[in-house]
Design a protein around this ligand. Structure first.
Ligand code: URA
Length: 201
């Protein structure tokens, strides 16, 4: 059994958030290749994800797939997961304590996946990797730290509700291929001198 499969087993047995553990059909740890170049991180599973056990299988997922296709990628080329691994009942916002409880899973997952690029989708993953930064200011900009490229995007579901964001999300996605190839030689920001102002490229 791979380390990632073993992690999925532990996630499936997690009862740290009583309400979520009681209400879920199953946990939705994430899916994709075990050594992906890119990891996309959303918020939390919705109804369809909870039913199927896979992230982004509903309408937002279909749009995410279209976005991936626009840069020549298939869903199976990338790893997709969420900040929260269980569906919050009635799709309510995850609680801060739930985000905190679930952080260990995402941390271990990223350590194992060791991607070249992490793309945040929406405000929960944004808050985790770009704390305090408004999405309106940093979407579509990349920041390299400790060898990983971080890139913030609006949540695909936002485009379903707000047509004006659709073009923004599409344009941001188109920047990804060049970032993956162009950001190799840039000077990295070291963990110990984490800037207040993120350095953006
Ligand atoms: N929205 C998310 O953030 N994650 C999913 O898995 C589905 C919709």
């Amino acid at each position: 059994m791979s380390a990632l499969t073993e992690l999925y087993r532990k996630i499936a047995a997690c009862t740290d958030c009583e309400e979520l553990a009681r209400a879920r059909t199953q946990t939705v740890p994430g899916n994709g290749p075990e050594k992906p170049q890119i990891v996309f991180i959303g918020e939390a599973p919705g109804y369809h994800e909870d039913q199927e056990g896979r992230p982004f299988v509903g309408q937002a997922g279909q749009f995410l797939e279209q976005l991936l296709n626009s840069i020549g990628l298939k869903r199976s080329d990338v790893y997709i997961c969420n900040v929260i691994k269980c569906r919050p009942p009635n799709n309510r916002d995850p609680l801060p304590v739930e985000v905190k409880n679930c952080q260990k899973w995402l941390d271990q997952q990223l350590e194992m996946l060791s991607p070249k690029m992490i793309v945040t989708l929406g405000r929960y993953s944004l808050a985790r990797f770009f704390p305090g930064e408004p999405i309106s200011k940093i979407h579509g900009k990349a920041h390299k730290q400790d060898g990983i490229i971080y890139f913030a995007m609006y949540h695909p579901a936002a485009a379903l509700h707000q047509q004006s964001l659709r073009q923004t999300i599409e344009a941001d996605m188109l920047k990804i291929p060049a970032l993956l190839t162009q950001m190799e030689p840039v000077e990295e920001v070291k963990k110990e001198d984490k800037p207040q102002q993120l350095s953006m490229f």
